[in-house]
Design a protein around this ligand. Structure first.
Ligand code: HEM
Length: 431
């Protein structure tokens, strides 16, 4: 494969990049990215049957970084920010009139984006998160103890990694515990379509019209639900993020219901699967490497490094898309105004030019300037919250666990967007 201009990916490689199953298989995909970085670091992906609009796949760390930081040349709004087939995009447009099912931070560009982002930015800073640290620690202690009581063989995803971040994000959005299953179901209906086990909605067996109906129903349901929460928080403000949004103004006006719902929804959706996948990723790495587990247990100063490496090694958000606002050259390829680009964070986080032994999990990796949270104006709003939860969970685990090993085969989810383990059978020895 030599890069020509334009460099168009061969059909079989293009199929691998867009197939959700490739992200479940993982290692062969990493091989493909290694090859592409060397031969076609900026490559056009064209569907033979035109099921999706062609896009440029970006695999080198430096290119992903440069595009992420240049928010004037590379926009989030004009085309979907998550890879979708033409059909799925049509669904979203028909249901909501927008490229995405809901308009939210990830869909906005300047000048709207910074105004909306500013509303909650302070709330997600470490200083404020300190206020909820105690609650997060109590939750971690409870879940880890329940897992140990259920042991010695457990599914780490089911017992700890899935419930912990879900509960944290629901709590800060002001959602009472009894409504959590409903919220989970709604987010899965809206975002979880690719993996049959996870969609929970049977979407894969539905006609396009039925999917459209289900999804627009979910959006409407969300809007009504969050309008109720907002009304409550206006009457009785608390110190959660739900109150911040409910009482926020932009250009002197309160947020319209639709934008308020979009804000809640992006946080509800972005806040749990990502963090869950990262917790499970770290546990898998340690279960395979008892020596590293013992090292971290003996020296807790390795914990921040462990957390950062878990985030890089897992790369739970596997890509975001951008649209070029003008003609621009990247990696020797001529990108035209209006072209769609895939920032592949998995590829960037395994770039050997940036990370030695990129496939190994190394809690002492330094420096570790990974791209798992993106960069530039849209860099993850919840990155401190994610780090905090993962650190607290590992403190709780290391306090109680002497050793851990695999008790079966871990299974990754089939998804091009948010990925990671959906089951992780482990055997723990506890103190
Ligand atoms: C955006 C990853 C956890 C909320 C993003 C982006 C990535 C990402 C890659 C896009 C960055 C870009 O376009 O440059 C992750 C990972 C997480 C995680 C890997 C866990 C390990 C969270 C949590 C929240 C959250 C816990 C809770 C609030 C958001 C929001 C955005 C975002 C609201 C949109 C920001 C914007 O467009 O301005 N995240 N995230 N994320 N994330 Fe996270």
């Amino acid at each position: 494969m030599m890069a020509s201009n334009p460099a168009i990916l061969p059909g079989d490689v293009a199929r691998e990049i867009i197939a959700p199953e490739s992200y479940a298989a993982w290692d062969p995909l990493l091989d493909t990215f290694d090859h592409l970085r060397d031969t076609m670091p900026v490559a056009k992906v064209v569907a033979e049957d035109d099921v999706f609009e062609p896009f440029w796949l970006i695999t080198r760390y430096d290119d992903v970084m440069r595009i992420s930081k240049d928010n004037k040349t590379f926009l989030n709004n004009p085309k979907p920010v998550v890879f979708a087939t033409r059909e799925a995009t049509e669904f979203a447009r028909a249901a909501t009139g927008s490229n995405m099912l809901v308009d939210s931070l990830v869909v906005f560009d300047a000048p709207i984006h910074p105004k909306y982002r500013k509303l909650t930015q302070d709330w997600f800073m470490p200083r404020n998160l300190k206020l909820i640290e105690g609650e997060i620690r109590a939750l971690a202690d409870k879940l880890v103890q329940a897992m140990i009581d259920a042991g010695p063989d457990v599914d780490f995803v089911k017992h700890v990694a899935a419930p912990m971040p879900l509960h944290v994000i629901m709590q800060i959005l002001g959602i009472p515990e009894e409504d959590e299953p409903r919220m989970l179901m709604l987010t899965q209906q809206m975002f979880g379509g690719q993996d049959a086990d996870l969609s929970g909605s049977g979407m894969e067996n539905m006609t396009p019209e039925q999917v459209l109906e289900l999804v627009s129903g979910a959006v409407k349901n969300f809007e009504e639900y969050f309008a109720g929460i907002a009304a409550e928080r206006r009457a009785n403000p608390t110190d959660d993020v739900a109150s911040v949004i409910a009482n926020a103004t932009v250009d002197g006006e309160p947020l319209p219901d639709r934008d308020m719902a979009g804000y809640y929804i992006i946080m509800a959706a972005a806040g749990h699967d990502t963090t869950s996948a990262t917790m499970s990723g770290a546990m898998l790495a340690l279960a395979r490497d008892p020596e590293q587990f013992a090292r971290v247990q003996a020296d807790r100063s390795l914990l921040p490094g462990l957390v950062e490496e878990a985030i890089r090694w897992t790369t739970a958000v596997q890509h975001f898309m951008r649209t070029a606002a003008q003609d621009v050259e990247i990696g020797g390829q001529q990108i035209k105004k209006g072209d769609w680009l895939m920032l592949n964070y998995v590829a960037a986080n395994h770039d050997p030019a940036q990370f030695e032994q990129a496939r190994s999990f190394d809690a002492s990796r330094s420096p570790n300037r990974h791209m798992a949270f993106g960069a530039g104006a849209h860099q993850c709003l919840g990155l401190h919250l994610a780090r905090l939860q993962i650190r607290i969970l590992f403190e709780a685990l290391l306090d109680r666990i002497d050793s851990v090993e695999l008790a079966g085969d871990p299974v990754r989810s089939s998804s091009t967007f948010v990925g990671g383990l959906k089951t992780l059978p482990l055997r723990f020895a506890s103190q």
